[in-house]
Design a protein around this ligand. Structure first.
Ligand SMILES: Cc1cc(C(=O)N2CCN(C)CC2)sc1-c1cc(O)c2nc[nH]c(=O)c2c1
Ligand SMILES: [Mg+2]
Length: 218
């Protein structure tokens, strides 16, 4: 029967990565996606930038929008202190199911709360509930990697829900490819954000891409 790409990624992890070893899980996915089939994981080049931002922010609370197969979830979780609270939102139940198994293989399941949002646009449902559901006041770091159409609306929603504070850092993938021009325009013209972009490439390709780093200053 047909095996989906996400299942092939999970099989590559279970075949080639060592249980309990997050770095081997990351390596297995990157090898599969660079040698066998492209997939929309953030990849190793942008992943190293993500690692450096996580290490620098050293966040006690993290929100990831867009889990997919859990690649960046594993990268982030493996750098967090044990007391950190990490929530990742995924609206696609099939992606969430694979991500749970990838995160479990890496031995990080007790560090990551995956809330499956079972319908499109569900991050807009979940964001207003995060404070009460998880006892989180504000996020030190948010990684936006879900859907370009929701970057701006979800960022505004997080502001309105008081989930961002002075010093919170937002890191956004794919602002060039597929692209989130309204988001870039909003944060660049807002006095509230200090923005900076890291030059990089679309995962597993040579296409130009940037990771956008936003520090909230007000
Ligand atoms: C699906 C897709 C196709 C892309 C592309 O330009 N392609 C040309 C080059 N070939 C090789 C691959 C395909 S880029 C991209 C993509 C990449 C991410 O990192 C994403 N992150 C979060 N959410 C997304 O929807 C998301 C989509
Ligand atoms: Mg992405």
């Amino acid at each position: 029967s047909f095996v989906s790409l996400r299942q092939r990624i999970l099989s590559a992890v279970q075949k080639n990565a060592t249980r309990g070893d997050p770095r081997s899980v990351i390596r297995a996915i990157d090898q599969f996606c660079s040698q066998k089939e492209w997939a929309m994981n953030v990849g190793n080049e942008k992943g190293c930038i993500l690692d450096s931002v996580v290490s620098e922010v050293n966040p006690a609370t993290v929100l990831e929008l867009g889990t997919y197969c859990g690649y960046s979830t594993v990268r982030i979780a493996s750098l967090l202190p044990p007391y950190a609270k990490f929530i990742t939102l995924e609206f696609n139940p099939d992606f969430a199911a694979v991500a749970r198994q990838v995160i479990a293989w890496a031995g990080l399941e007790d560090k990551v709360k995956i809330k499956p949002c079972l319908v499109e646009g569900a991050s807009s449902d979940w964001i207003p509930k995060i404070k009460e559901q998880f006892g989180i006041k504000t996020f030190d770091l948010v990684f936006l990697d879900h859907w370009k159409e929701h970057y701006l609306s979800d960022t505004k929603l997080m502001e309105e829900c008081g989930l961002l504070r002075k010093g919170s850092v937002l890191l956004a993938d794919n602002v060039i490819c597929p692209g989130a021009p309204d988001y870039v325009e909003y944060v660049r013209s807002s006095p509230r954000y200090k923005s900076h972009y890291f030059r990089s490439h679309l995962e597993y390709t040579k296409a130009e891409e940037n990771l956008w780093y936003l520090g909230i200053i007000e």
